[in-house]
Design a binder for this molecule. Structure first.
Ligand code: IPE
Ligand code: IPE
Ligand code: MG
Ligand code: MG
Ligand code: MG
Length: 315
């Protein structure tokens, strides 16, 4: 595999503990889903023809770095929970991770959160420069839609998935929430407003991850509604937990700078209501998420386990 010099050099600086643990025991279900997703992401970003080497390096550096792959795992698990196969949902899973990776690259830029560390390694703009980081984000976002348009069958399902993901990533959801988040630096905010920002900047991508898995699996309306509600509750719980990690997380484990929300005057759940009330809100949302998938019976068990593990995380 061709690895541009800068990518290899920067990857060599990744702290060992941030890389996926190497184990001699066989991979568990989570690791094996991550391996399947990573192999697919690797293939989709091979980009040998006509993609400038430094741009390819920045794209792969950001996408293939050791994230939790939570959203693509949710796509695959939702597909299986609705009676479909993970294999058919892989293009949607990879597309969701591409949009997520782009959103992180742009979120870290000096004009946004101005962060230096992501997934335990220098942020894309620190490693490749600001202009290339912006372009890598642009490329990841567009590649997501190409991946689904070409990879999902039948074409009508592909078109529906593209429309759903575009909406979740767009001005009324992710991008709108990010814009509101920047505004948060200028004035006071109540919990209802904060939840609205969190639901859009983060929750929408969780919700669409579940919806895409269900849609590819030709889910019934009851199944689609069940996983949609699960994703809505989990997405908000996830961002509150991210806010908690920013306040009380271990930077080595988290893999990004901590304590920055307060420094920047950013909207954060513990910043408004304190740590204990934030933890209680997370627990309530996870109970609601688990209750939402009751109609799926035992097919919802893997989603429930993932939701509980996600909010107990340290990174
Ligand atoms: C980070 O998401 C951005 C938020 C929405 C809080 P993750 O914590 O899922 O990031 P990775 O993909 O594991 O790095
Ligand atoms: C980011 O929220 C949400 C995105 C859409 C990327 P944060 O700004 O809190 O995410 P981190 O803490 O940088 O990962
Ligand atoms: Mg941000
Ligand atoms: Mg940020
Ligand atoms: Mg954060």
């Amino acid at each position: 595999m061709h690895v541009p010099d800068r990518e290899a050099e920067v990857l060599s600086q990744v702290p060992r503990q941030m890389l996926r643990p190497e184990s001699s025991s066989p991979p568990g279900p989570a690791e094996s889903l991550c391996e399947t997703i990573d192999a697919c992401l690797d293939r989709y970003t091979d980009l040998q023809d006509d993609c400038p080497g430094p741009l390819r390096g920045a794209i792969r550096y950001s996408l293939l770095s050791p994230g939790k792959r939570l959203r693509p795992r949710l796509v695959l698990m939702a597909a299986e929970a609705c009676g479909g196969t993970a294999e058919a949902a892989l293009p949607a899973a990879c597309a969701v991770e591409m949009v997520h990776a782009y959103s992180l690259v742009h979120d870290d830029l000096p004009a946004m959160d101005d962060d230096a560390l992501r997934r335990g390694q220098p942020t894309c703009h620190k490693a490749f420069g600001e202009a290339l980081a912006i372009l890598a984000g642009d490329a990841l976002l567009t590649l997501a839609f190409e991946t689904m348009a070409k990879g999902i069958e039948p074409p009508a399902t592909a078109a529906r998935c593209c429309a759903e993901l575009a909406q979740a990533a767009g001005a009324t959801a992710l991008v709108g929430g990010q814009a509101d988040d920047l505004e948060g630096t200028t004035g006071p905010c109540d919990l209802a407003q904060l939840e609205r920002v969190h639901r859009r900047k983060t929750g929408a991508m969780f919700r669409v991850a579940l919806r895409l898995g269900a849609i590819v699996a030709s889910a019934s309306s009851t199944e689609l509604e069940a996983v949609d509600q699960f994703g809505t509750h989990l997405g908000l719980a996830f961002q509150i937990t991210d806010d908690l990690l920013d306040v009380a997380g271990d930077p080595d484990a988290v893999g990004k700078q901590v304590g920055k929300d307060a420094d920047r005057g950013r909207l954060s759940y513990p910043g408004i209501t304190g740590i204990e009330a934030s933890r209680q809100r997370v627990a309530m949302l996870i109970d609601q998420a688990c209750a939402a998938v009751a109609p799926l019976g035992s097919r919802g068990a893997a989603l429930i386990a993932l939701a509980r593990a996600t909010v107990a995380r340290d990174r």
